[in-house]
Design a protein around this ligand. Structure first.
Ligand code: ATP
Ligand code: MG
Length: 278
């Protein structure tokens, strides 16, 4: 048997005894459910290997991603989560965070002729979530609008599967091979093109946060390439820093421009971003 799980792993059923569950995403290599249990609401993530086809090579690491994220949550001192293994990979569960993500929340800003401006308070919530991680000495590695869940109390930065900053068990670890190319800093894209791998850094997270705010507020990517360009062509454009003449108006726009600086050392730190916004 291969492919994604059709049901929640037994260990998850035992731990949560779900009253209800809903499939959230089912992509190659990764399945996420929202589960309601007597303990509360949880996100359950289950990974399996991506088999090779004519169109793409095998990606065995997707099986390890939920386990790796569980180990990261452990290192960072989070509460109320668990992780383990099932027949074809690893799983984790963690508290479900209610709320829209950054991209969804700023949809009205992207509508043609919209008078809706992106709220600084929302940007600040995202900055604070990333600042918490950076203050612990970690880099996220996969900052993107879908990973900021804007809740009523605070904003949560989810998906720590690629985060770097402390030891994770070797059996769950795998190299970082870049993220969604729109959010990749030029130095990450360059390294992935040259070696197939890269090192997530806090500076690259800042770049990705800048693109996340830009794309959510305007709908435009930071870098010019055709929508259907193959991934290496996208990376080439990012690596060469072929910026689009698009920006967010006002003070937030100036800050985003600085975050998108080509040289990592020219980007503000997350503390500087927070100070500029508050
Ligand atoms: N703790 C959570 N609270 C609320 N929603 C969540 C949570 N974890 C995951 N989700 C939802 O599930 C989606 C996928 O989760 P996640 O990004 O962690 O998985 P993934 O397999 O890494 O996906 P991707 O490849 O898109 O990064 C999220 O975009 C979000 O909508
Ligand atoms: Mg994700």
């Amino acid at each position: 048997m291969s492919g994604p799980p059709s049901e929640l792993p037994i260990a998850v059923l035992d731990a949560l005894v779900p009253r209800a569950h809903r499939l959230v995403v089912n992509r190659r290599g990764s399945t996420v459910w929202e589960v309601e249990s007597h303990r509360g609401r949880y996100a359950v993530k289950v990974g399996c290997p991506i088999e090779a086809t004519a169109a793409w090579p095998a990606q065995p690491w997707t099986a390890l991603a939920p386990g790796r994220e569980g180990a990261v949550l452990d290192r960072l001192g989070f509460d109320d989560f668990a992780y383990g293994e099932w027949e074809r990979g690893t799983w984790n569960f963690q508290p479900w965070h209610e709320g829209p993500d950054l991209y969804g929340l700023w949809k009205p800003c992207r509508e043609p002729g919209s008078s809706s401006a992106p709220h600084t308070s929302v940007a600040l919530g995202c900055v604070e979530a990333l600042a918490e991680l950076h203050a612990k000495g970690w880099a996220h590695g996969d900052v993107q609008p879908a990973h900021f869940i804007v809740g009523p109390e605070r904003t949560h930065l989810i998906d720590l599967a690629l985060a770097r900053g402390g030891l994770v068990p070797e059996s769950y670890d795998f190299p970082f091979r870049g993220c969604l190319v729109h959010y990749e800093a030029p130095e990450i894209a360059r390294s992935v093109l040259a070696t197939g791998e890269a090192e997530p850094t806090q500076e690259a997270d800042i770049y990705a946060l800048g693109v996340s705010l830009l794309i959510s507020a305007t709908g435009w990517r930071a870098v010019e390439y055709p929508d259907d360009a193959p991934r290496p062509v996208q990376r080439e454009a990012v690596a060469n820093g072929r910026r689009r003449p698009v920006r967010v108006p006002g003070e937030l726009g100036d800050l985003i421009e600085a975050m998108l600086s080509r040289a990592p050392e020219d980007r503000p730190t997350i503390r500087e971003v927070r100070e500029a916004l508050s």
